[in-house]
Design a protein around this ligand. Structure first.
Ligand code: ATP
Ligand code: MG
Length: 206
């Protein structure tokens, strides 16, 4: 067999494989007919959970769809996304957990109160069908620290409006949450610049 013959054979094999793959994708597309909101969990130790969630907020806003965001984060950590939304997109429902939150087990009662008060905003969004997308950033920690009752959170996610999508971010969060949501992406920490001594970067890390 000459080199040219071999190349032709390779090309034919590749073409056949691609045709097969396309058929498979087309079958999946054909099968995906359900039109409903989805629930997504972005988890894992790698970087990219919150920024991916805000990427979906951008997508929704591009279509003029309503977005609601609750951040279950400690204290005041100003970020570019917060400034952008507050200044340029005041139509976005944006709430951050009270600054009194400490992660300090010595004031567990105070932390629980802060978590519950932020959750009240989340619950309101999850009952309002005018919101196309709801982002519950770092919610998983409220579950792993048992600051919020798991069943209460899962029920609210389960009973949200049919066309509403919800994105939950954060590490851990428990098996029940993983089982409940439609999509789970676990971002792996292969390496991170911070560990090589690079300072957190404006517009990239916050
Ligand atoms: P991002 O907000 O960049 O999408 P994230 O939501 O996945 O990150 P968090 O655990 O919420 O990650 O942490 C937020 C901050 O910590 C960001 O500044 C991010 O760059 C940084 N960070 C995320 N993962 C790591 C990591 N594996 N090592 C060091 N820093 C990290
Ligand atoms: Mg995050």
């Amino acid at each position: 067999m000459t080199d040219a013959d071999r190349n032709n054979e390779d090309a034919a094999t590749r073409k056949a494989a691609m045709k097969k793959r396309k058929q498979k994708v087309d079958t999946c597309i054909g099968r995906a007919e359900e039109q409903r909101g989805v629930s997504i969990l972005l988890t894992g130790n790698g970087k990219g959970k919150t920024s991916s969630a805000f990427g979906m907020a951008l997508r929704s806003l591009g279509y003029g769809l309503r977005v609601g965001i609750v951040q279950f984060i400690k204290g005041k950590q100003l970020s570019g996304e917060e400034m952008f939304i507050r200044e340029k997109h005041p139509e976005v429902y944006f709430h951050q957990m009270a600054t009194g939150f400490t992660w300090n087990t010595q004031d567990r009662a105070g932390d629980i109160a802060a978590a519950e008060s932020a959750w009240a905003h989340a619950e309101k969004l999850l009952q309002d069908e005018s919101y196309h997308l709801v982002i519950l950033d770092e919610l998983t920690y409220m579950l792993s620290y048992k600051y919020l009752a798991e069943e209460m959170v899962l029920n609210a996610l389960r009973n949200r409006p049919e066309q509403q999508s919800v994105v939950v971010t954060g590490r851990a969060g428990g098996d029940a949450l993983r089982d409940l949501v439609d999509t789970v992406s676990e971002i792996q920490d292969i390496k991170h610049a911070f560990k090589a001594g690079v300072k957190a970067r404006k517009g990239v890390d916050f």
